[in-house]
Design a binder for this molecule. Structure first.
Ligand code: ZN
Length: 687
């Protein structure tokens, strides 16, 4: 259940298992976040750039704010490491483009210039020349001749040509990489039967074959090691004098200059740590950056995961391995955050009442747990995004990755409240509800209660749903095979849906009234039966586990409720809509299906599970699909979102003593990217 794609971001960093969920951020004028807060920043190609608020920042203690400031600086210093990791020409291409963008004095009204500007925005979003999600090379929509003309028209003294290279030399190097579709077409290649190391454009390997790399790391492994280090996590593999060797990313090694500055900020952070445990965690990270020793990285990870009391928290380092075709090398990333007290209170209440929910569940008593423990998930507010979490960001984090640390010390699972809140706010008024919801009743309900009930659904799913129920003796979940995952998500979702309508939630103060749940009921079925089809290509079936789960539930209740017209697909003016006629009966149907799902799991009934998913969760009605796709396309919504960061400033008195840290949100996307390029670029253009 860990690490599932969220919000169409490329980062599977995180996870927990709810896709596209979460948000409970109260806005207060005190934090400069009111109704005038501008969530939308920029729009180009298939991208929309948003801004996220950081509610609660101003209420932190000075020490906490100072800690966030230093950690946020450390988060931004690693930016160019990621660019270079993604491709060894990325830094040169970016800085040449930025040099042109800032210094070109000619006509900027032409379509080609506009396309050049879009290209630069696209590579900023992707941290390189390959699309952040599809990993395909972004092809410029301007000609090579035009680009050459631009580069040559700018004063060479203002261009970042490397080591005295002339414009021609630099161009000879980058033009094929930018313009030839056959050169480095994919950031990461996974084509079976090919050398995936040689055919991937990432800068983790150079001049070595897949076989050589595999042999190199296989030779390192210690047999029967119960606590193995993450071999190869922090290095590039090359050949020196014909011998395969690692260039380690550490102080004095590859990426030295950036790492030196990261360490500098971490040292300052250590002086204002909230407690000794956190201080030791930061010092371990520094020791790791200094030595590159992976054992030290594990020590750091253990300290990090066992720090559960600090309000401020962060990740910083070479963490996720999704960009490496061999799954060894980690991209650099960072995120600084602090615990959202109010939102975490919600999950605490739910977890405290876990036994009540278990006892009152509509499942067979034989399948109930006599003693159930809820999981109290932490909800956090992101303060800065860096490296591989910027501009495209996950909405949850589940770390560390080392299996033995998870086994022996547990993991931290968090959801990032203010990011999803920003997603929700930015989606307001985009025409989606007007297009797909039946009437103003549903639109009113979802506007009033949607964010809250959506969050609560996620909380119930995560904190209680997965943990509820038990297997009969001798039954293993393995028997459900490929259906185990969609069935498990279906079960957890049904648990959440069933309880959302329970008066107990109002009694516990989690919902304001007995109407609120209807917002989630309607949205859920509209999504499961219709609008999630916007993510399926024409002619394809539903593959992804969460999408199968939502389709299964939605299509099942529509069919089972047919006789009583509980939920219907109705047509009006040639368009299809979901209409819920009887919310009480709908809840009863959810309860009925939950009981069946629990039976399937508890008894390990493979045939019944398979039947359910195959009948309701896989097939797509091609006529409805076509209709939904064309209605969605007409809305012209950007499929991918990125974010700009807020700007933090230290305030000091005449003696240089820090008296405050301010936060502001004015910076736009272009200015931020150009400022980061000026402020946080210390690496050589090619590494
Ligand atoms: Zn789940």
């Amino acid at each position: 259940m860990k690490r599932i794609l969220f919000m169409l971001t490329s980062l599977f960093l995180l996870a927990a298992c709810n896709e596209g969920k979460k948000a409970d951020t109260r806005t207060t004028g005190d934090d400069g976040i009111d109704s005038t807060f501008e969530y939308k920043v920029d729009r180009f190609a298939d991208i929309e750039i948003l801004r996220y608020p950081v509610p609660g920042f101003n209420s932190l203690t000075l020490q906490q704010k100072e800690l966030i400031y230093y950690l946020s600086q450390a988060a931004l210093e690693g930016r160019d490491i990621l660019w270079d990791q993604n491709n060894r020409y990325n830094l040169t291409i970016r800085r040449v483009c930025e040099g042109v963008y800032e210094n070109y004095m000619g006509d900027k009204s032409s379509e080609e210039w506009g396309n050049f500007e879009t290209y630069l925005k696209q590579i900023w979003m992707a941290n390189g020349i390959h699309h952040h999600y599809s990993e395909d090379k972004i092809m410029p929509q301007f000609s090579q001749d035009f680009f050459v003309k631009l580069v040559k028209s700018v004063d060479p003294g203002r261009m970042p040509f490397r080591d005295g290279m002339a414009a021609d030399e630099t161009l000879n190097e980058i033009l094929p990489v930018m313009f030839d579709p056959a050169v480095m077409p994919k950031r990461m290649s996974q084509t079976p039967g090919t050398d995936i190391v040689a055919t991937s454009a990432v800068n983790f390997y150079e001049g070595v074959t897949q076989k050589e790399v595999e042999d190199f790391y296989n030779a390192m492994k210690v047999p029967n090691d119960n606590t193995p280090v993450s071999y190869g996590l922090n290095s590039k593999v090359t050949k020196v004098d014909g011998v395969v060797t690692e260039q380690v990313w550490k102080l004095g090694g590859m990426y030295d200059k950036a790492i030196e500055r990261i360490i500098g900020w971490l040292e300052k952070a250590a002086t204002v740590a909230e407690n000794d445990h956190q201080k030791q965690t930061i010092l371990s990270l520094i020791a790791y950056y200094k030595t590159g020793d992976l054992k030290t990285f594990d020590d750091y990870s253990v300290q990090w995961v066992t720090d559960t009391t600090s309000r401020v928290d962060f990740i910083n380092g070479f963490i996720e391995t999704y960009s490496d075709p061999l799954g060894l090398k980690a991209t650099w990333e960072s995120m600084v955050n602090f615990k959202s007290i109010e939102a975490s209170e919600r999950t605490r209440i739910i977890s405290e009442n876990a036994q009540w929910f278990e006892d009152n569940s509509p499942i067979d008593n034989r399948f109930k747990k006599e003693e159930v423990k809820g999981v109290s998930a932490k909800v956090i507010t992101a303060a800065i995004l860096g490296g591989d979490t910027y501009p495209s960001t996950p909405i949850g984090i589940n770390l560390p990755n080392a299996d033995w640390i998870r086994r022996d010390h547990g993991s931290k699972s968090v959801t990032i409240d203010n990011i999803t809140f920003a997603y929700d706010k930015a989606a307001e008024g985009n025409g989606f509800k007007e297009e797909f919801m039946w009437s103003d009743d549903e639109r009113g309900l979802t506007t009033k209660y949607g964010t809250l009930t959506d969050n609560l659904h996620t909380d119930l799913h995560e904190c209680l749903g997965h943990g509820s129920g038990r297997l009969l003796p001798g039954v293993s979940t393995d028997v459900l095979q490929a259906y185990a995952s969609p069935l498990e998500e279906t079960r957890a979702d049904l648990f959440a849906l069933y309880y959302l309508a329970d008066p107990k939630l109002v009694e516990l103060g989690l919902l304001p009234d007995n109407e609120a749940y209807k917002a989630e009921y309607y949205s859920y079925i509209m999504n499961g039966a219709m609008t999630q089809l916007t993510r399926i290509q024409p002619g394809k079936q539903i593959e992804q586990a969460h999408m199968r789960n939502r389709a299964t539930i939605s299509n099942w209740v529509i069919e089972q409720g047919k006789a009583d017209k509980v939920v219907e697909l109705k047509e009006r003016d040639g368009k299809t809509y979901v209409v819920v006629n009887d919310y009480d009966k709908l809840r009863a149907l959810f309860g009925q299906l939950l009981a069946e799902l629990q039976r399937i799991k508890s008894e390990g009934d493979f045939e019944a599970g398979k039947n359910l998913v195959e009948t309701y969760g896989v097939k797509v009605n091609p006529v409805l699909h076509k209709e939904v796709l064309s209605r969605y396309e007409a809305l012209n919504l950007a499929p991918y979102k990125g974010f700009v960061n807020p700007v933090y400033k230290l305030v000091t008195d005449e003696n240089g003593k820090v008296t405050d840290v301010t936060i502001s949100y004015e910076e736009n996307y272009v200015d931020q990217q150009l400022r980061y390029a000026r402020q946080y670029s210390v690496l050589p253009l090619k590494n």
